[in-house]
Structure formats: C-alpha cells, structure tokens
Design a protein around this ligand. Structure first.
Ligand code: ADP
Ligand code: MG
Length: 793
C-alpha cells in the first residue's frame, strides 16, 4: 500500500515528519529498529501506521498508564481498532479486553509492563498472533537510563517466546550508551537506529550566569519582566525551591504563577496542570515531576532556575517550549553552586561497603524495616538506602567479601556514569560554541542543524565580528574592571586559575595561606583599600555581564570570555559599579551594609517593620496575606543585609542544629546538603536564614576548610573520656534491651558529639550530628540522666 495514501486516509496529515517515513519503511520490511526522536516529534505514528499495515496485533508496552486512554480514544476516533489493558479498568473489563485481544479484534493493544507478571496474561499473549512488539519509552529498559524499570526486563525476556515479526523500541532520550544497552537487552544488536528530529529550529538557547541565589532571583525578575506575560515553565531544583520561586514570581514580579511538585496532593497537582493546559495559568514553577503529558503548544519559554544533572533531562524539559513551532526560548541559569549540589548528591547516594553490610544485617529479620526507616536509622539519604537495597536484592544469599566488592564495583560504575552525565551538562552550560550543535552532537543526530535564530553563543560570535564602538577606560571603576580581567589573563598564561573567592583575596592582598603563591602577581594587593565583599561584587558583575565565565566542574575557575579578552586588549570601558569611597569610612571598613538594588524593597521593608513590632513570621504572613515562605525569603534577605537578627526568626535550638549541620557539610553555600542531614521539621526557609547569618558572621562566601573530626571536650579531656565511657555502657545496655546492634542506638561519633555539646536540655541534643528528632525523643532523657543533667526520678 502507498504509505502516503495510508497517512492521508487514517491520519489526514499531508506529509510525514522528518524521520517517520524511513523508520516506517524499515519496520514494514520486518527489520527491528530503535527510534530515538524527541518528545512530540511523532513517534506513535510510526508504530500505529505500521501496525495497521501488518497482519496480526501489535502489542505496545508503555509505562505511562495515565496517557493510554487518550491515546486509544484518539486512535478509535480515526477508525483504528485499538484498546488498552491496565489496572485502571475493572477486572471484568480487563478480562473482556484480554479475550478480545486473543480473538484478534484489535490492531493495537497498549499494555503496562507490570501486566507481564501475571501468568494468566502471559498465557493469553502466547495465543495472540503478534504483528509487532513495541516498547515505547524504551529507555526504561536500560540501567543507564534515568528511569530504569525492572518490569521492562520481563518484556525482553519474553520476546523470544512471543516471536513477533518485528520489534520496535522507541524513546525520546537515549545517549549512545543507553541505545546500546537497549538493543543488547532486547537481543537485537543488529537493529537499525533512527535518530532524528532533535533540532528544534524554533527554540532559542541561552545560558545566563548567576553567581549566587540572590543573583538567580534577580535574573528571574528580569526575565519575567521581559517574557513573563507570555506564559512558560520555570524548573526548580527542589520542592522547596519551586514553592519559593513561585512565591517570588507572584509577590515580587506580580505575575500569576503556581508551584507544582511531587509532594503535593493529587487533586491540587491536577488542578495546577489543568489550569496551565487550559491557558488560564500563565506560569508554573515546578520540579521535574511536571512533565508527563504536558503538551500545551504555546509554552513560550522554559527557564531552568536550577541546572539538571544531565543534558537529556535538560533537553527533555526545555523541549516543552514552542511545540507550536513559533519562536520560544530555552534558558538555563547557571551557577557553580548547582554543580556542587549535584556532586554532593552523586557522592552522597553511593553506599559504602560498611553501609551495605549494615543494611544487609537489618534486612535479615522477619519484618525488615522500610527504605526510609533504614535511611533514618543510618542517617543516610532515602536514595542511598533505596540504591543499596536494590543492589543487595540482586546479590542473593550470603553477603561475603566477594559479593560486597562486586556490589561496590557496580556502585562505582553508577557513580562514574552519573558524573559523566553531569559533565556533559556542564559542558553545555559552559561552552562558547553553538549550543544547538552541542545538543545535536550529543544525541547523535546527524540531521539538519539550521535555525533562524540559534543561541546566545552564535549571537555573541556574530556581534564580535561587528565593529563595536569602544571608549577607553577612564574612571577608577572602569580601570578596576580591567585589573580584574588582567589578573585572570595573567594566570591563564601560566596555566593556572582561581575561583571568585581567591581572586578577591589576591586583589585585596590578603595574608591568607590560600593565596600565598600569588604574592608575586603584579596585581596582588592592588585593591587593598576595598572590602573583600566589594571586590567579589565587582567580579560577579563582570561574570554576569559576560566578560568572565566559570570553567571546570568541581572547582570552577574564572576565565575571560572572548568579549572579555577583546575589552582587555583594547583597554576599553565596561559598565560596572563600585561604591564611591565616601560610602566607606577612612579605614576602608564597611560602615553601611551593601545595598542591593531591589524593587521589592518596599515589601521587604514592610515585613521588617512588622517583625520589629515583635510579630512572628507566621503572624506577619497572616497579616499580609502572604505565605510564610515569602516572609522567610524576606527575612533571609534582611539577615543578609545585616538589618535583622537571626534570633528574631529562629529559636536557639534550631540555630544550633543548623550551625552544626553547616559545620559538618563544611559550607553554607548550598542548602540541600545541609537540609539532607537535618531532621525534616527544619525547613529550607529556616536553613536559608541561618546560612545568611552564618555567612555574615564568617565573611561572604566563607567555607570551613577543616571539617572537624569527632571532637574531644576542650577543657577536660579526662572527664570527657569517662563521660564517653559511661555513655557507651548505657548504649550497650539499651541496645540489648531493644535487641539491636549498639550503632543503631548511636554511633561513636554521635556519642562524642554529645559529650562535646554539653547539653543542658533535650533540645540541645539536636545540635549533635547523628541525633535527630526521633532519637532525641527516644533516648534523650536517658542520655541526660547518664550525663547527670537530669536526676533519676
Ligand atoms: P512522541 O511520541 O514522539 O512524543 P506523538 O507521537 O505523541 O509524539 O506525536 C506528537 C504530535 O504530533 C501528535 O499530536 C501527533 O498527532 C502529531 N503528528 C505526528 N505525526 C505527524 C505528521 N506527520 N504531521 C502532523 N502531525 C503529526
Ligand atoms: Mg510518545
């Protein structure tokens, strides 16, 4: 049959989209294929039309149960006999459709992979005349995909028995490694791969640097001013982040926005999605949970507030912009903090040999604890516990050393894989070259890369070729900017480089050990009269304006961009700001806090006034009809500016707990790692207030260089040693009573921490690493008795 006629007849489309016809012809010749095309490119048509043109029934596996009904309705409307079988149907309905399938009533049957667990269904399948086996979302088959589903393995295992004439795997996201893994799992390594349609010619790609969280919000504000009215999606890194940014867009930018994340109630979530899809809600601020079935055509922008951990995740999310083919933007805010955060998660989610053994031990009981109970007991992330349990379950039987080291090998491989995914994301964010070309190269799409407007880098390259008017640097500030760039250029000549903090110390002429190798640099101490904070602000401005960039992953260093290089060579003026000397006292010390330019100033001032009247955050929120989250955002900004005391916001127990966590993590810059080791009831908002206060106490951007080892009491080592022994004895008894190993009660480190904290009441224990709310409640009063803080009743 003529393919074009069939397309016209069933689908009423005048022509095929790129990649559809060639894959279709291949499949119709009964040759296996893997099709990789981005979401919305039109993959379904390939299997729908080939199923129609072949004898028998196509069995289509998809994990997206929620979408099956719509898909089948769509096909039925076109006169295609198709159905779906999944758990959303009554058992009667399920068996009726299953009978229909066996009788050959349908050209296509959509199935959730879990169904293969049922022997009854497998038996039914055996008597179906199967035209083709289709695996939609085939990346679920690969351990390297971001969405591995063990049930997909059952499809692969069953394939030889089903004897389909042809097998077709489809996915929107698969790196070359994932592609190989998919065809290998399916036992069809010779399958042809069709990779197409990754070029979205109507999307404009850009990356905006943002040196800090405050800078990110500033960027969001500018962006909303320019594009906010057009409607789009903002992707945030965490749930709390999504709520916070949504509140910011509403309150500060004055736009209609709602948050969306996985912890919301199903109804509330559906409501936000419906409003957005109907066009009644212009902006959604979401975590990556917002995605499935989001095919609103007129999404004009996708702004990533936080960088995702891989380029495929990024592109899948960014690709939700401009489905209608009209111009749209994909914008990524880039900060070094995001990299640190991902590195932290990668490290943190990998179980150690010791943890594997301990978790294995916990599982050897009749009623094993749940993932999150294990996570809580061991004070590890839920992800880590889940990964460990998954790995352990595949290693059956005894956990000897060989088994452990085999698992550790897998852990290492996984970690390396995640690192390499992260690296490609970072490379995309940091490249000077065409971003579209980078994406197409990464996905292996050799097709056309044309676009009317391409990306920020292509614009930059074009504008550098234009003759620009440059004025020589004249003012003190303009010369200062050149000195910053000159210092960076000098280091690059020697193949060295530093980050923002160090560069500021070098220019300040600091005595710090950190910069002792740079005293010979000709600009060392050039800005000795400026506060370090102001030097850092100058560097940030140059970064944000695109004269400097950050390169490298774990410890990013500053480099000149092409534009920066050109300015430096021409000794030209750039537009940056330094405070006038009169704003500082004679010693150059700061007399007034650095004022951020902020249009939201008024609303923050109102919050400040109410807090000064002695109201709590909740009271202020209620009075102003804002969310407490927004008020907390105000508080952290006021604290950062040094006009609000942390005591006004947090009680001392919480302060202590968060301080201890900052010390453990070694930095107050990224919040998620701090949050991860704190009890759940301490919120991001509270942590942010504390970190801002901490940074003021320690100097902007300060990090702790030495992470304290289990501390010993400073004043009386002997007394503390005996206290420790007493606690240990108590722990042993308590462990016997509860029939658990002693470390489940408290680790040694926690006992040392308790000795050192010298608690005088229960809450003080929360400052100790390894003591959370649950342990405080369970063991706290006994511990205080051992310490003789509490008397025996
Ligand atoms: P994917 O599975 O690749 O994410 P779909 O198969 O759901 O994408 O298709 C996305 C949209 O594109 C659907 O609305 C579909 O009807 C439409 N579409 C597919 N092929 C064509 C075509 N040749 N011409 C016009 N529209 C098409
Ligand atoms: Mg699809």
């Amino acid at each position: 049959m003529d393919l074009h006629a069939a397309l016209e007849q069933y689908f009423h489309y005048p022509q095929f989209r790129p990649g559809q016809e060639i894959a279709l012809r291949h499949v119709l010749q009964q040759q296996d294929a893997l099709v990789v095309m981005p979401t919305g490119a039109g993959k379904s048509l390939i299997y729908q039309l080939s199923a129609l043109l072949m004898d028998g029934t196509a069995i289509v596996f998809s994990p997206l149960i929620a979408l099956m009904k719509d898909q089948v309705d769509g096909m039925n409307k076109r006169g295609i006999p198709a159905t779906f079988i999944n758990s959303s149907l009554s058992p009667d309905e399920q068996s009726q459709r299953q009978r229909g399938m066996v009788q050959g009533k349908y050209k296509l049957v959509l199935i959730a992979p879990e169904r293969l667990r049922s022997p009854n269904f497998r038996a039914a399948l055996a008597s179906v005349q199967i035209s083709m086996l289709v695996l939609d979302e085939a990346h679920c088959l690969s351990q390297w995909g971001h969405d591995f589903r063990p049930d997909y393995m059952n499809i692969a295992a069953l394939r030889p028995q089903l004897q389909p004439k042809v097998t077709l795997a489809l996915t929107a996201t698969a790196t070359p490694r994932t592609q190989v893994s998919i065809v290998d799992q399916l036992g069809m390594p010779e399958a042809q791969r069709f990779i197409n349609g990754f070029n979205r010619s109507n999307l404009y790609f850009e990356v905006l640097p943002a040196a800090s969280n405050t800078d990110k919000l500033k960027r969001v504000r500018e962006y909303m001013r320019e594009h906010g009215n057009e409607g789009g999606i903002i992707y945030a890194g965490t749930r709390a982040n999504a709520e916070e940014v949504a509140a910011f867009v509403r309150d500060t930018c004055g736009l209609k926005a709602q948050h969306y994340h996985g912890a919301m109630e199903a109804n509330a979530r559906a409501q936000v999605q419906d409003l957005f899809m109907a066009g009644d809600l212009p902006i959604v601020v979401a975590t990556n949970a917002f995605g499935m079935g989001i095919d609103r055509p007129d999404v004009r922008f996708v702004l990533h507030h936080t960088m995702p951990g891989s380029l495929e995740a990024y592109y899948q999310e960014a690709g939700r912009a401009g489905r209608d083919g009209l111009p749209a933007r994909a914008t990524l805010l880039q900060s070094a903090q995001d990299i640190v955060l991902h590195e932290h998660f990668i490290k943190n989610d990998a179980p150690t040999a010791d943890e594997l053994r301990r978790i294995h031990g916990m599982l050897q009981v009749d009623m094993p604890p749940t993932d999150s109970e294990i996570a809580q007991r061991l004070k590890v992330s839920d992800t880590k516990a889940r990964v460990a349990i998954g790995l352990l379950s595949s290693a059956q039987g005894k956990l000897d050393d060989a088994a452990v080291s085999q698992i550790i090998q897998q852990v290492d491989q996984r970690r390396e894989h995640k690192r390499s995914l992260l690296r490609t994301m970072i490379q995309y964010a940091q490249t000077d070259e065409c971003r579209r070309a980078k994406i197409l190269e990464y996905f292996g799409d050799a097709g056309d890369a044309a676009a009317a407007v391409c990306c920020d880098n292509c614009d930059e390259i074009a504008s550098l070729k234009q003759p620009t008017e440059m004025r020589p640097a004249e003012t003190r500030t303009e010369r200062a900017a050149l000195i910053v760039m000159d210092t960076i250029a000098l280091m690059a000549q020697r193949n060295s480089g530093v980050g923002k903090g160090k560069l500021a110390l070098i220019l300040k002429g600091s005595q710090s050990e950190d910069v002792k190798y740079f005293t010979q640099n000709r600009n060392f101490g050039k800005f000795h009269e400026l506060p370090v904070k102001e030097i850092e602000s100058l560097i940030s401005q140059l970064l944000n304006a695109g004269y400097l960039k950050q390169a490298g992953d774990e410890r990013p260093v500053l480099q000149l961009t092409q534009r920066g290089d050109m300015i430096l060579k021409a000794r030209a003026a750039v537009n940056v700001k330094l405070r006038a000397p009169s704003e500082r006292d004679a010693n150059g010390a700061e007399t007034t806090p650095v004022k951020r330019p902020r249009t939201e100033g008024n609303t923050i001032e109102v919050t400040r006034r109410l807090l000064d009247e002695g109201k709590t955050v909740e009271q202020v929120a209620a009075e102003r009809q804002l969310t407490p989250g927004t008020i907390y955002t105000h508080c952290s900004s006021l604290i950062a500016d040094g006009v609000l005391q942390i005591d006004r916001v947090l009680d001392s127990a919480r302060q202590m707990a968060i301080r201890a966590a900052i010390n453990t993590i070694g930095s107050a810059n990224a919040l998620a790692p701090i949050k991860a080791i704190l009890p759940d009831y301490i919120s991001y908002n509270e942590i942010r207030c504390m970190t801002e206060a901490w940074k003021r106490e320690h100097g902007q951007g300060a990090t702790i260089t030495t992470i304290s080892s289990p501390p010993v009491s400073p004043d009386d080592p002997i007394a503390s040693a005996t206290t420790f022994e007493r606690l240990r004895k108590w722990r042993l008894e308590r462990a016997k009573t509860d029939s658990v190993p002693p470390y489940v009660v408290f680790s040694d480190e926690a006992l040392h921490g308790i000795v050192n904290a010298q608690p005088s009441k229960l809450e003080d224990l929360l400052s100790v690493r390894g003591v959370g709310q649950v342990k405080m409640e369970r063991y706290g009063s006994e511990v205080l008795k051992v310490l003789k803080v509490l008397q025996d009743a």
